[in-house]
Design a protein around this ligand. Structure first.
Ligand SMILES: [Zn+2]
Length: 270
């Protein structure tokens, strides 16, 4: 989640830190559903009340992109970790497809999603690939596998636009939300991320374009949400893009880069 508001930053910081708010819920809710309800040693997951076998990935011949070496140090946190505290990320040996639902996307913002996807791909070594348009509407309860729409594999990352009337999680100054589900591997061993989603507030982002640095700030919000999709959590450090509120930064900070590089170094699915 990222907030847009310039005027009441102090208030929103206080409210977020005290009350948790959406930034705490966006990753945690999705993880709870998969870890506590969907995990099973037989590598089945529950999708809309039905047991569905964990998809087996296509054979892979190594990484899609070279691993990104860690060359910076800063604040970072992971949304999902294993018992040893290691990050849970997307499988770097397969492309991570994302589909876009452009309904509600402001006409002034062409290409911002693809540009942001390139930025996080480069920083993480996890290859995000645009897999076309979809008419899937964003929901908090998104089914992780949707055979009729996307086949038997995990659903691709959905990037969709809405507004606070259509998606109540975007109420107030929230400009976007993002995250992924942590799911078991095909054999039941290990966990990886899947079926990510980003919902962007079209009117909020269009309004930002009136600011002198508006285009950069909009791109920063999309990068921030896609970094959540890849597994980064918020940090309190205003020098990082994963701070939930700051406008001090419009590019990836040292800790953001460190965390994304580490997320891209997770093992591949068998
Ligand atoms: Zn956020």
């Amino acid at each position: 989640m990222r907030r847009t508001g310039p005027a009441v930053l102090g208030l929103t910081v206080a409210a977020s830190l005290a009350g948790g708010g959406w930034w705490a819920a966006e990753g945690a809710g999705w993880e709870a559903r998969t870890v506590t309800d969907l995990w099973s040693p037989r590598a089945y997951v529950e999708v809309q009340g039905e047991a569905v076998a964990v998809p087996r990935p296509e054979p892979a011949d190594g990484r899609q992109l070279p691993a990104v070496p860690v060359t910076t140090t800063g604040s970072y946190a992971f949304l999902h970790t294993d018992d040893a505290g290691a990050p849970v990320g997307y499988d770097p040996c397969r492309p991570v497809p994302y589909v876009t639902n452009t309904a509600g996307q402001p006409a002034e913002l062409p290409g911002v999603v693809d540009e942001a996807a390139r930025i996080v791909s480069e920083a993480s070594g996890v290859l995000l690939v645009h897999a076309g348009e979809t008419d899937e509407a964003p929901t908090m309860d998104r089914p992780l596998i949707q055979p009729d729409r996307y086949g038997e594999d995990w659903a691709p990352v959905l990037v969709a636009w809405s507004d606070e009337a259509g998606f109540r999680e975007l109420e107030g100054q929230v400009a976007g939300i993002g995250g992924s589900a942590a799911v078991p591997g095909p054999t039941g061993e290990g966990r990886w991320l899947a079926a990510g989603r980003v919902v962007l507030d079209g009117p909020d982002l269009a309004a930002m374009l009136d600011r002198p640095d508006g285009a950069e700030q909009v791109r920063a919000i999309v990068v921030h949400e896609l970094a959540h999709v890849l597994g980064l959590d918020h940090v309190d450090d205003t020098g990082e893009l994963m701070h939930p509120l700051t406008r001090e930064r419009s590019d990836l900070g040292p800790g953001d880069r460190q965390g994304l590089a580490l997320l891209g170094q997770v093992t591949c699915r068998p």
